[in-house]
Design a protein. Structure first.
Ligand code: HEC
Length: 102
């Protein structure tokens, strides 16, 4: 029960921390892509040692996520995250993220 409450609170914080106005037509992309900001910041490095991703375009993000997912690119956490996304998810969230960073 406490775990459930904590996860719900965490999800709420993750959603509130994003700088995006939610529109119905990009809800799926928002849900997939917005958690990235929690670690990577919304354009500049957060000073937490995690690299900023604001310089990536959509194709670069998609390529990086697929390389993390396959294990071709070494990572500590990114492979675990990327394994949760299908190719379609990766293309959609990469395009959405790149659009947020312009
Ligand atoms: C829990 C924190 C966390 C979240 C959430 C997260 N990342 Fe990462 N990301 C990292 C870390 C840490 C690295 C460094 C590689 C590693 O050790 O996993 C990284 C590396 C990257 C890199 C390579 C950056 C570079 O220039 O070296 C890209 C691209 C990236 N992440 C994209 C994403 C995307 C897109 C999302 C959302 C789907 C995301 N990340 C969510 C922690 C996170």
């Amino acid at each position: 029960m406490i775990k459930h409450v904590l996860w719900t609170a965490l999800l709420g914080l993750m959603t509130c921390a994003t700088p995006t106005v939610l529109a119905e037509d990009n809800l799926r992309d928002f849900v997939l892509g917005s958690p990235c900001f929690n670690c990577h910041g919304d354009g500049s490095p957060k000073g937490n040692g995690i690299p900023a991703i604001s310089s990536y375009d959509a194709a670069g993000l998609a390529a990086a996520l697929k390389a993390f997912r396959s294990g071709e690119r070494h990572s500590t956490v990114m492979q675990r995250l990327a394994l949760g996304y299908s190719d379609d998810d990766i293309e959609a969230l990469s395009a959405w993220l790149a659009g947020q960073q312009q």
